[in-house]
Write a new protein. Structure first.
Length: 268
């Protein structure tokens, strides 16, 4: 029997609710959502479009104000409109500055923080190398592929060394091959730092490839329907993993429940 202490809770969501008003009527986007994420855990928040996944993520990021419930990060309530210093955010779109080069985009947050030039250059050069962007430091975003822009966007967040990483479908617009490539990049980067991650996706294959747990949301109003442990060892090969019997077994197990929510979303 192991005497190891349980990992500390980094994110705790209790009874979270969000209601929007549109055309004079209230629409419940998220209803009574509760879950916890432990230190170093990679959690995928999965569900059909419109179920409130990104709304939950943006409430954790303090970009949207909850209508009810609570969000604790490291035991402290988050405050709407006030970023939490140990939290980084990777957006759905790359949001790069087109007038800045790859190295200047990646180093932007360090520049704002007043990091000395020499240290900034060293950290940016290391980030470029880790992301497989050697030779592209002086390129502008318009000269890069979609996958390369997402690498730059990812490193712009990771270079600040966040302990908690929020990711909103960052690879959703990429083709299948490029998406798998980005999964390999992210897994490699994550293995080095083991940040606590909350990753929003509607792609079950992506969730299984990346996560330790898959939290499944219902169709709107978004509620927590199920919480699956993913039993794959780490480190992982993003491509080889999908060819294993265990992957097929896990996919089938979760797909049945997810498929029910997709059907609800398309019901008349």
């Amino acid at each position: 029997m192991s005497d190891a202490a349980p990992a500390r809770c980094r994110i705790e969501i209790k009874g979270l609710r969000k209601t929007f008003t549109a055309r004079g009527r209230d629409i419940v986007a998220v209803d009574d959502a509760s879950f916890q994420i432990a230190d170093g855990e990679f959690v995928a928040l999965l569900g059909p479009s419109g179920c409130g996944k990104s709304t939950i993520l943006n409430m954790v990021a303090t970009l949207i104000e909850p209508s009810g419930g609570s969000i604790l990060v490291d035991g402290m309530p988050v405050t709407f409109g006030r970023p939490t210093k140990q939290v980084g955010y990777v957006f759905q779109k790359d949001t790069l500055f087109p007038w800045r080069t790859v190295e200047d985009n990646i180093g932007y947050a360090l520049e704002l923080a007043g990091v000395p030039v020499a240290e900034r250059r060293t950290r940016v050069a290391e980030a470029i190398h880790r992301a497989g962007l050697d030779g592209f430091a002086k390129f502008y975003p318009t000269s890069l592929s979609g996958g390369m822009r997402q690498r730059v966007s990812l490193m712009r967040t990771l270079i600040t060394q966040p302990e908690i990483l929020l990711m909103d479908e960052p690879f959703g617009a990429l083709d299948t091959h490029t998406k798998l490539e980005m999964h390999s990049v992210l897994l490699g980067l994550w293995e080095r730092a083991r940040q606590t991650v909350l990753f929003v996706t509607h792609d079950l294959g992506e969730a299984l490839t990346l996560a330790d747990r898959v939290i499944l949301m219902s169709a709107r109003p978004g509620r927590i329907k199920d919480d699956f442990q993913v039993g794959f060892e780490r480190p992982r090969d993003a491509v080889a993993l999908r060819e294993t019997p265990l992957y097929a077994e896990q996919f089938q197990r979760i797909w049945h429940s997810l498929g029910q929510e997709f059907a609800k979303g398309h019901a008349p």
